[in-house]
Design a protein around this ligand. Structure first.
Ligand code: RTP
Ligand code: MG
Length: 138
């Protein structure tokens, strides 16, 4: 089991001023920041990142949203990082997320849900490498 995951603070949380609170929570929960940057995805890059969802009805909306504003991308390290981080962020739909989870506290809607968390060790590695070179991971 790998001890790393990949996250993004999505455009809604950035625009709503939650980035500081979310990063503070992540650090307080014991994640070490391996790499971090503020950036903006083009529609093409957002489409590539979420290519696994390209056949889904919400794909166009998802690509438009994820390229609509600045994001923060980060690689995080903690024991059992992928699963523990998905527990910390809560269900995809904030209305169904547990009390105290990041999506419950900061997400806007199912489509605009504040944060991303990798869903497997393999995808954590692929997604982290999408944003960061080896020289940017410490
Ligand atoms: P993520 O990949 O962003 O961490 O979210 P997730 O695993 O919880 O959910 P996933 O199934 O991978 O969906 C990716 C993102 O697509 C948007 N979505 N919209 N309108 C809809 O029905 C719908 N369903 C999913 C969400 O922004 C979700 O995070
Ligand atoms: Mg996902």
């Amino acid at each position: 089991m790998s001890n790393r995951t990949f996250t993004m603070i999505k455009p809604d949380a950035m625009k709503n001023g939650h980035a500081g609170a979310i990063l503070d929570r992540i650090i307080k929960e014991g994640y070490r920041i391996v790499a971090l940057k503020q950036t903006k995805l083009s529609a093409e890059k957002a489409g590539e990142f979420y290519a696994v969802h390209s056949a889904r009805p919400f794909y166009g909306e998802l690509v438009e949203f994820m390229s609509s504003g600045i994001i923060i991308a980060a690689i995080l390290e903690k024991e059992n990082a992928v699963a523990s981080f998905r527990t910390l962020i809560g269900a995809t739909d904030p209305a169904k997320a547990d009390e105290g989870t990041i999506r419950k506290m900061y997400a806007t809607s199912l489509g605009e849900n504040a944060v991303h968390g990798s869903d497997s060790d393999e995808n954590a590695e692929i997604e982290g490498s999408f944003f960061f070179s080896g020289l940017e991971k410490f």
